[in-house]
Structures are given as structure tokens and as C-alpha cells.
Design a protein around this ligand. Structure first.
Ligand SMILES: Cc1ncc(COP(=O)(O)O)c(C=O)c1O
Length: 408
């Protein structure tokens, strides 16, 4: 098995990305030289007189009036995320799903058609189904991300192509530049959930995508202590998202969560190479285990996918899955419970390594219908030392000795 290694050292993180994450260009002089910016924990900004208030209301989108619109701490993190994604504008939301729903609700009207490309995050898919039921939008899913298959699904009503790459669970990588070109040629808005790669390792706007979405809850925050989302796009596209979804749906980010996100971003360029390196070490270890099959991580992609990866990615993060050969619920449960370093938890992207399986015992029939192996395990590889992580996996394999062949 050939494991492809990409960006492995801190030196390879682009200097401008490093700068955008850091506090170096923050206006310290505005707050007494404090190296850590203040949390402007306010709902309201009072104006010096009524005329100033009336003038501000004319420029509501750019002025500090009310924190559902604009807040300085939130704005600071939005400016950093816009720089990282090479976008003109960013708005933050109360969660990644807040950002996803903001993009879909602002861009789709009744009877519009959306094409979902690759295996997208489950609740995003569920939201599209709800919007189909409640508001009459229509949708198609192209699981393999094949360009001809996407082109065949385009109708005169198609308004959006929504992608994720690598795809949730499958880790399938799709050709983002080609998809963006196809969308442009048909005057269709393209949007992508870029949470897995982070802007350090993939910048979809530079590949022609119109809108980038993040769950900042994962690597961008990086410490499992906040829930946040972000949308990055052009000024023009942002105007519609801001006026409708940000202002009227109102799922905006709080100043304190924005401050935690600022703090998390400072170490993103240090954390991501470590996530990558640790994940590769765990994958190298798993590849030696006879009990393991189907490790799904882009470092093991086919040569054809590797070519696409080299065009559009500069590194890998630490979320991936593998299967215990012949595994079932009892195997998965014993394996997970034997881990001490990998904690049981469903999120990802934080310091701590996490382990989970879609197999909950009572849902094996549903998994079979979705072609998901009952022995599937998902790991979010964190920041611990690699030896601790591989030793932990070693202990878990010892705990299931014999079981993977079907012995309960
Ligand atoms: C790929 C992806 N996108 C979006 C989300 C939603 O993010 P949040 O939990 O911040 O709403 C998640 C959450 O797990 C995710 O995995």
C-alpha cells in the first residue's frame, strides 16, 4: 500500500496564511497594547447623537449598531477567515449548520434545483430533503462526483452545485476546478464545505468555486470548546447572504465564541501539520494489521485521485475511517472500549483523538442498506504523541483478538 505524504512541516505553511492566523496585524494600539484582543461583549453600540444613528442606519452592513449585524470581535475573525480563503468577504454563524443553512436559504427559491456532489455531511443532506418537502426545491445527488454524471443532472432550474471534498466518510476526492468550470458555464452557483481540509490545505475560491463554508467547530477552533460556522465569498454574493440569512434568520456568532475562534486560529498552522503527521503514523500502523481493511483517507487515494489531490490540496487532516475485517457490533464495541487515548465522541478536529463507529448495534440493517460495513470505525487523530496513539490501537486490537474472524 503506497501512502502519499504531502505537507509535513510547519515551514511549508504559506507565510501569508501564517500571518492571517496570527495576531501580528491586529490593531493592538486600540486596546492598550494588549496582545490578546478584547471580547467586545455587547449586543448594542450607542451613537453620539441621533443624526449619527440615522447616518449609520444608511450603512447598516458596515457599521457597529447591533451585534446581530456586526460586532468588532466577530469581525476580526471574519477578516482572518476571508484572508485565509482568499475571499472578499466572510460572515460567521452560530454553527457550521447555521452557515450551511444560510447559504442554501439565501440562494434557493421554490422549484429551484440543487445538485449535491460527493457524500456530503448528513445533516446538510437532511436539510435539503426538508427544503424539498417544505418549500418545493428539487435535488439530485451525484455520489461519485463524476463530471459527466453531474453535467447530466443539470436542468434549466439548477441554481446550485453543492460539494464536499474529501467527502464525509468515503473520503472521495472530486475535481474542484472542473466542477467550478462546469457550474460557471451554466451560470450555476458553486458552494463547498471545506471543513475537512481547512483553508491551509485547500482553497476552493482559487479553484473557481463561488462560496466556501466551514464548520469552525472542528480544526479552525481546534480545542472542542466552541460551535461556529463561516461563509466566505465575494462582496456581491455576501450581500444576499447577509441581508437574508444573517440578518433575518439571525443564527450569528457570539463575541465570546469569536474570541475563542481567534485564539484557536493562532495555532492552526502548528496544529494542522501535526494532525497530518499523526494520522499518517496511525495509518501506517493500521496498514500492518491483518484485521484491517479499507482504510479511507486521501493519502491512500488511487493514482487518478492523487493527480487531482496534487492540483487542489497541499496537505491532509486527521479524520478518516477503516474497517475491521468481518467486524460486527460486539467487535466494534470491544475495540472502542479498549482504547484509552482515543476518547468516544462524535465531533472531530480538536486536540484529543476520538473514536466512533456508525454501528450502534440497533441500526445494522440500515447500515447494510447504505452499504456501510458493520466493522467501520472512524478516527479523529489529535495532537497526542504518535506512539501513544499507535500503542492505544495495539491494545484495542489485542482486546478483539479472534473476534474479527467472527468469533463473538
Ligand atoms: C463536514 C461537516 N460540515 C459541517 C458540519 C456542521 O458543523 P456544526 O456542528 O458546527 O454545525 C459538520 C459537523 O460535524 C461536519 O462534519
Amino acid at each position: 500500500m503506497e501512502i502519499s505524504k504531502m505537507l509535513l512541516s510547519n515551514d511549508d505553511v504559506a507565510a501569508d496564511d501564517n500571518l492571517a492566523c496570527s495576531g501580528l496585524d491586529e490593531p493592538h494600539e486600540l486596546y492598550f497594547g494588549a496582545v490578546s484582543p478584547p471580547v467586545i461583549q455587547t449586543s448594542l453600540f450607542v451613537q453620539k447623537n441621533y443624526q449619527a444613528y440615522c447616518d449609520d442606519m444608511l450603512h447598516e452592513a458596515e457599521r457597529f449598531i447591533y451585534s446581530r449585524g456586526l460586532n468588532p470581535t466577530v469581525q476580526m475573525v471574519e477578516q482572518k477567515l476571508a484572508k485565509l480563503e482568499r475571499g472578499e468577504a466572510c460572515r460567521c454563524f452560530a454553527s457550521g449548520m447555521g452557515a450551511i443553512s444560510a447559504v442554501l436559504m439565501a440562494n434557493l427559491n421554490a422549484r429551484d434545483h440543487i445538485i449535491l456532489v460527493n457524500n456530503v455531511y448528513g445533516p446538510a443532506m437532511a436539510l435539503v430533503r426538508q427544503m424539498a418537502e417544505k418549500f418545493g426545491i428539487t435535488y439530485d445527488v451525484v455520489l461519485d462526483g463524476n463530471l459527466d454524471s453531474i453535467a447530466r443532472k443539470i436542468t434549466p432550474d439548477t441554481r446550485m452545485i453543492y460539494a464536499e471534498s474529501p467527502g464525509t466518510m468515503t473520503m472521495n476526492v472530486v475535481d474542484l476546478a472542473a466542477i467550478a468550470r462546469l457550474a460557471r458555464a451554466h451560470n450555476i452557483t458553486s458552494a463547498i464545505d471545506n471543513t475537512w481540509a481547512t483553508p491551509l490545505f485547500q482553497k476552493p475560491l482559487t479553484l473557481g468555486f463561488d462560496i466556501v463554508i466551514h464548520s469552525c467547530t472542528k480544526y479552525l477552533g481546534g480545542h472542542s470548546d466552541l460551535i461556529a460556522g463561516a461563509v466566505i465569498t465575494s462582496q456581491q454574493r455576501m450581500a444576499a447572504i447577509r441581508d437574508f440569512s444573517h440578518q433575518l434568520l439571525g443564527a450569528v456568532l457570539s463575541p465570546f465564541a469569536a474570541w475563542l475562534l481567534l485564539r484557536g486560529l493562532r495555532t492552526l498552522p502548528v496544529r494542522m501539520p501535526r494532525h497530518q503527521e499523526n494520522a499518517l503514523r496511525v495509518i501506517e500502523y493500521l496498514a500492518t494489521r491483518p484485521e484491517v481493511e479499507n482504510i479511507r483517507h486521501p493519502c491512500l487515494a488511487t493514482p487518478e485521485q492523487q493527480a487531482i489531490i496534487r492540483q487542489q490540496m497541499s496537505g491532509f487532516s486527521g479524520l478518516f475511517s477503516f474497517e475491521i475485517r468481518g467486524g460486527h457490533f460486539a467487535t466494534v464495541k470491544r475495540f472502542i472500549d479498549a482504547c484509552r487515548i482515543f476518547k468516544v465522541g462524535c465531533s472531530w478536529g480538536g486536540y484529543e483523538s476520538l473514536i466512533i463507529s456508525p454501528n450502534r448495534g440497533y441500526n445494522e440493517a440500515g447500515l447494510a442498506a447504505d452499504h456501510i460495513a458493520p466493522g467501520l470505525i472512524r478516527l479523529s487523530v489529535g495532537q497526542e504523541s504518535p506512539a501513544l496513539l499507535t500503542d492505544d490501537q495495539d491494545t484495542a486490537f489485542a482486546a478483539i483478538a479472534g473476534m474479527h474472524k467472527g468469533e463473538a
